[in-house]
Design a protein around this ligand. Structure first.
Ligand code: FMN
Length: 259
């Protein structure tokens, strides 16, 4: 049994997790959402192989993934970590590797998967050409990883400690609590509650039919990008701005909770 754990805001990482499961035909694969697993009091994982996938956030792992790696007790002879990223994953894989190594469950495999950059509040939505190019890169990289993981290759890429990445990440993690103040709801909101049901951090509460954002926010951009009314705005992202999510992933695939 291969167990695949993922964290995803806009579907890139979920797409790669699903593709890996399709491409590892000789092994039964089960896919788990890290956000749902974090609701459990303890996480013990026994499997022949464990694959953890997450997006790079400010050159490191998302805070929830870091907490998951610290908490999970993994009993598997083969552990892989894959980081999806928009331009440079920085020290994201190194951080995951360091945590697991300290717990005496070192990585057998580490690699990055280039994807469409989803940090639209900073970089804007990429052009159609760029998206197509990056989607093709993601497909190829995911298929390569599946082949190597299927063959149980030992390969660790991107594990060098990068002090600059660690600095940027500490600043990001500290500032995240302030970033949440930037999310505003416009009168386009129809109270559908999708933002609250899709938020992996459980940071969105519905009060009087409108979302209210808490500091538990991971800044994953899910609420902003999946809102069917484009009713959530964030500084440069207005109701008229384009949004992004992986084209082969649907909002229904991303739901975390019922309301
Ligand atoms: C808050 C935030 C920080 C990010 N930081 C980085 C980064 O440091 N390096 C990078 O290459 N991409 C970065 N990205 C882009 C994502 O890692 C990339 O688009 C990823 O595939 C998104 O995965 P998802 O669709 O599963 O959420 C960042 C995205 C967000 C939302």
């Amino acid at each position: 049994m291969t167990k695949i754990y993922y964290f995803s805001g806009t579907g890139n990482t979920l797409w790669s997790a699903r593709r890996l499961a399709e491409l590892l035909p000789s092994q039964a694969c089960e896919i788990f959402n890290i956000a749902a697993e974090m609701g459990r009091t303890s996480v013990t994982i026994e499997a022949d192989a464990v694959i953890v996938l997450f997006p790079a956030y400010a050159y490191q792992t998302p805070s929830m993934v870091r907490r998951f790696l610290l908490r999970a007790e993994i009993r598997a002879p083969y552990i892989a970590a894959l980081a999806t990223f928009g331009s440079d994953p920085g020290g994201a894989l190194a951080e995951a590797s360091r945590i697991l190594k300290r717990k005496k469950t070192p990585l057998s495999f580490a690699g990055g998967i280039p994807c469409v950059e989803n940090y639209i509040t900073i970089f804007g939505v990429p052009s159609r050409e760029t998206k197509e190019k990056r989607l093709a890169m993601q497909r190829r990289a995911t298929e390569n990883m599946a082949r190597m993981i299927g063959e149980r290759k030992i390969k660790r890429v991107g594990l060098t400690f990068r002090p600059f990445s660690a600095l940027i990440s500490s600043l990001f993690r500290a500032a995240k609590r302030l970033f949440v103040k930037g999310y505003k709801v416009t009168n386009r909101c129809n109270g559908c509650t999708l933002c609250a049901r899709i938020c992996p951090a459980g940071a969105v509460t519905i009060i009087e039919n409108k979302p209210v954002f808490s500091t538990a926010c991971e800044h994953c951009q899910a609420c902003l990008n999946w809102c069917p009314m484009r009713a959530i705005r964030y500084i440069r992202i207005t109701p008229d701005s384009e949004r992004y999510h992986h084209p082969d992933v649907k909002a229904a695939d991303m739901l975390i909770r019922n309301l």
